[in-house]
Write a protein that binds this ligand. Structure first.
Ligand code: ARG
Length: 570
């Protein structure tokens, strides 16, 4: 149950107005409070305490209210009945969106023949969780790994391979795809990783090479058979590597791995729309759409449809991707998750989509991220000073967990270590406001105490172990609740609201921080309310086990939405 909504709807109905319902920090006097009397008094010119006196008896009529009392200048505190809380928390959470939508979610969106780096962490982790949250609420999602597989980097990599293996047949005029045996041209993932950086460095001081790469890009985009065959070879290597990361991060598989190349096949349709509306302008050999508006305070360069070499641009393929998604999925919304540096790009694309009446612009959302910095506040680097690859980062967190576990004199198997490391990495990413930068410190995020993934897992493992040791739990009637028991149950009943808010605000930090707060409540309960100790009366034990089971269910749901794995022991 969404407790907040249930209580607030019932009060609104009872009083015939929309009241402002708050959750007080200290629950001693009430589970909820409202300033309704003070708001009404203002417009009616009456004394707020007197008005509150009229409202209280009405609230007392609600079946779930145990007590309503006036405080201060006219606040009303509302305390819920224990048996109501008890029964509500006994039901599993089943939040449902009022209006289920279809959402195309574009996240991950890795690049072919370029290694994954720290910049791909947030789009992967936050994207996967938002996808799980949306599904949990009953929305239909279609996830797109919109791979970067079509631009200049492809030409650079092919030109580089040509310089390494000029004798390979892909570059020959008489190339014949039928004669190719892929096994004769092995490209390992490790090799491929080095090609793009090497090629782009070479392009910077070798104009001839750069020119060659440009030409190859255009030829590839026009279907050159040799380049296409070579491209397909390293595409397979890249897709394999992406799969490895997706599994390592325990992400759901993408519904569609379709990127710029696929979109480019739909450019003709989009170009026709642009020409029909007379939006394309020739400019120095390129074709552009001016998108600047008088109200723009920031620079707003034109949208480039074809560049001066006639190559498809990143912008154009994104426009065509909207066309494709509309045709195939007809989504209510399209979400894009990338870092903040792509804001201008998406503004331009969305403006042209609007000019074309291609897609309602308010339903195109760019959710952008801040940067992940190292402990010094500078962009995160590996120990040898290089930009950190995604795999390096995952390994680094694994090593930090191993060191901690060894320090604590524990031995844990490798799967457990990996689950803990995954939780450390993902939880820290999810708990930060997506738009702000944050500092990534492997030592800190792997601590078993504080606002960390390992702490969350540890709490879940502990609950699981208590429930396992207790054996079957039987349903029990509502007992009189202690403060710690009440607080935990009310925390559990806040879960649905948090999931809704996480979705509505596209803010995974709400879910992550809620989960941490819930763990705090669990641990306080666990500490103050012994369960399996010999001196605990059977009745009390049964009731506490019931609470522990409800907490375990909720925590497991929350952990599942974050895509973490709960180990058997820690
Ligand atoms: N491949 C791009 C990158 O790694 C992200 C693509 C985002 N999605 C999109 N439709 N443009 O930065």
């Amino acid at each position: 149950m969404n407790l907040y909504k249930y209580v607030s709807d019932a009060i609104n109905e009872k009083l015939g107005m929309t009241v402002n319902l708050e959750v007080p920090r200290n629950r001693e006097f009430g589970d909820f409070s409202t300033n309704a009397a003070m708001v009404m008094a203002k417009s009616a010119g009456k004394n707020p305490r007197e008005l509150a006196g009229d409202i209280v008896p009405k609230l007392m009529e609600l079946e779930f209210v145990a007590d309503a009392s006036i405080a201060g200048p006219g606040f009303i505190n509302i305390k819920l009945r224990d048996d109501f809380i008890w029964d509500a928390a006994s039901q599993p959470a089943q939040p449902r969106a009022a209006t289920p939508m279809t959402i195309d979610m574009d996240y991950g969106s890795y690049n072919v023949a370029k290694s994954l780096h720290i910049g791909h962490l947030r789009t992967s982790i936050v994207g996967d969780t938002l996808n799980r949250v949306a599904k949990f609420l009953g929305h239909k999602t279609i996830s797109y790994n919109h791979i970067g597989d079509w631009g200049r980097p492809m030409g650079l990599v092919i030109a580089y391979i040509e310089s390494l293996h000029p004798q390979w047949p892909f570059f020959a005029a008489d190339f014949d795809a039928a004669k190719i045996n892929p096994a004769d041209y092995p490209i390992t993932a490790a090799e491929l990783d080095t090609y793009y950086p090497a090629a782009s460095a070479r392009g910077k001081n070798d104009p001839e090479f750069l020119d060659r790469a440009r030409q190859i890009t255009a030829d590839l985009q026009n279907g050159h058979p040799g380049y296409t065959a070579l491209y397909n070879l390293f595409l397979a290597v890249s897709l394999d590597m992406m799969d490895g990361i997706i599994q390592k991060l325990n992400m759901m598989p993408f519904d569609k791995t379709l990127g710029e190349r696929n979109a480019s096949m739909h450019l003709d349709g989009v170009e026709k729309m642009l020409r029909d509306k007379n939006l394309l302008q020739a400019s120095d050999g390129a074709e552009i759409v001016p998108v600047r508006r008088d109200s723009d305070a920031e620079p707003m360069p034109p949208f480039m449809f074809y560049n001066s070499r006639g190559a498809d641009t990143y912008e154009a393929t994104d426009l065509a991707a909207i066309w494709y998604r509309k045709k195939h999925d007809n989504p209510d919304k399209i979400w894009y998750l990338t870092d903040a540096r792509q804001q201008l790009h998406f503004k331009q694309v969305f403006r042209v989509a609007e000019m074309l009446d291609l897609f309602p612009v308010e339903n195109l959302e760019h959710l952008y991220f801040g940067t992940i910095n190292g402990p010094g506040g500078q962009p995160f680097k590996t120990r040898d000073g290089n930009a950190a690859g995604l795999l390096d980062i995952i390994d680094m967190v694994g090593d930090a967990v191993r060191a901690r576990v060894a320090d604590a004199g524990k031995t844990l198997d490798n799967d457990t270590i990996e689950s803990i490391a995954l939780a450390a990495l993902k939880f820290t990413d999810l708990m930060h406001d997506v738009k702000s930068d944050y500092i990534f410190d492997p030592a800190q995020i792997t601590s078993f105490e504080g606002r960390t993934g390992p702490y969350i897992l540890y709490t879940a493992v502990r609950l699981n172990s208590v429930l396992r040791r207790a054996g079957v739990t039987t349903p029990v009637a509502a007992p009189e609740l202690s403060a710690d028991e009440r607080n935990l149950l009310i925390g559990i009943l806040d879960f649905e609201r948090v999931v809704q808010n996480t979705f509505e605000n596209r803010s995974t930090d709400l879910l992550a921080n809620y989960t941490y707060d819930l763990c705090q409540l669990v641990n306080t309960f666990y500490h103050n309310c012994p369960i399996l100790r010999d001196d605990v009366a059977p009745q009390t034990r049964a009731a506490r086990l019931h609470i522990a089971a409800a907490a375990q269910r909720t925590l497991a749901d929350a952990i599942g939405l974050m895509g973490l794995k709960i180990p058997a022991e820690m």
